[in-house]
Design a protein. Sequence first.
Length: 461
Amino acid sequence: MQFEKNILCIGAGYVGGPTMAVIAQKCPQHKVTVVDINPTRIAEWNSPDLPIYEPGLDEIVKETRGKNLFFSADIEGGIKEADIIFVSVNTPTKDYGIGAGKAADLQYWEKTARQILEFSESPKIVVEKSTLPVRTAQAMEKILTSTNNGIRFDVLSNPEFLSEGTAIADLQEPDRVLIGSMETESGLKARDVLVEMYANWVPRERIITTNIWSSELSKLVANAFLAQRVSSINSISALCEKTGADISEVATAVGMDSRIGNKFLNASVGFGGSCFKKDILNLVYLCRSYGLHEVADYWESVIKINQYQQERFVFKMLNAMFNTLSGKKICLFGFAFKANTGDTRESPAIFIAKRLLEENAEVVISDPKALKNARADLKGVNGKISYVEDPYGAACGCHAIAIMTEWDLYQNLDFEKIYRSMAKPCFIFDGRNILDHEKLLKIGFNVFPIGKPAMAHFDLS
Ligand SMILES: NC(=O)c1ccc[n+]([C@@H]2O[C@H](COP(=O)([O-])OP(=O)(O)OC[C@H]3O[C@@H](n4cnc5c(N)ncnc54)[C@H](O)[C@@H]3O)[C@@H](O)[C@H]2O)c1
């Protein structure tokens, strides 16, 4: 079959895979190829067991794979035939040298730029999908024009706003698609090509175009604002626990103000995921490098509150369970950083599990999709850890359950049966405020939610 355009995505991860699957589904006239330096990942994308879990992803991949969606380890061949190249490689926080612990590590991204330069034989539109510091497109363009090979490269910024767990719905019906370009004749022409591709399924009024720096910065700012809301409500949850106010009631009252809105106001054990912390650190680093220290301090506090919230959770467990966890068996319900994904990157559960093990507790981890990643995250960590997918089996014989992930399944469990199988007194620490706390108290549990009064069968003073 003759395709109109060859689209390539470099990086077959949580963004590259789902994004390209939806582009292939919505643009059958284009051929979409996803490549990666990791051949195992490519083999998994070509197998019945995809490397990542996202509701709806399996179905789309089955529908399009082998028709106009291809996963391949041939990066050179992919670059040669591509008209449009999305760069969707990882951009983690740098852990060495200048900017360690703050700046984005651009080594994977730069390697990609050099590969594009080396293998290209025809003009390309290169699209930044990865989240990158402001002005990275300029560096990309410098690399791509560093030889006089006469090939035209236009660099666009098209940050991805999908949210893991709802990635497919977010991609099929995005709030907005953002495309940043150089304001040159060929930059604007390249931008129009990408606009036309998205217009296959996204209403035009939701496709916004900006200059390239605004586009790069908008992605960092969007994540910083989202994380800031979580830290804001979590900071107030600490105050609620001291005063007897109820964080859910406060969130409802505050969120009904249409200027504020009610989304992202659930108090919890803290945010996780590969992006929020890294993107804020990146923003903080940018601000500091421009001498904007007050601005940097402001955004840094969002991360500090997140860390504080996790510490507070462990301290609450220790305090409630008579100041010793040694030898006690504690079950974590959920390990993914949020529901409906198997992704555990920066999950608060990693920190909580490690801290509980430091207190010599025995930790049992349960999760419907994230046990493989949990095992990798805790590899080499000292202490007694076991992994049990069935929540009933996991809780059996435990002294406490801590809810780490807001999976629906935890709301529908038979907690009377769980209570009967546990060591007494039984504790539940609801790190997501998803359970019926009154009911649990009646069953016999001592219940410790976030930002609400604790409910126990003994004197808490
Ligand atoms: N995960 C999210 O929810 C999300 C959302 C929006 C934006 N982003 C951004 O998208 C980017 C990718 O994130 P992700 O979660 O998909 O990362 P990921 O780690 O899941 O995937 C990145 C992939 O790129 C591959 N890779 C690295 N260097 C390569 C190279 N030179 N050639 C070919 N492949 C290479 C890796 O092997 C890996 O499979 C990051 O910048 C991230 O900040 C992520």
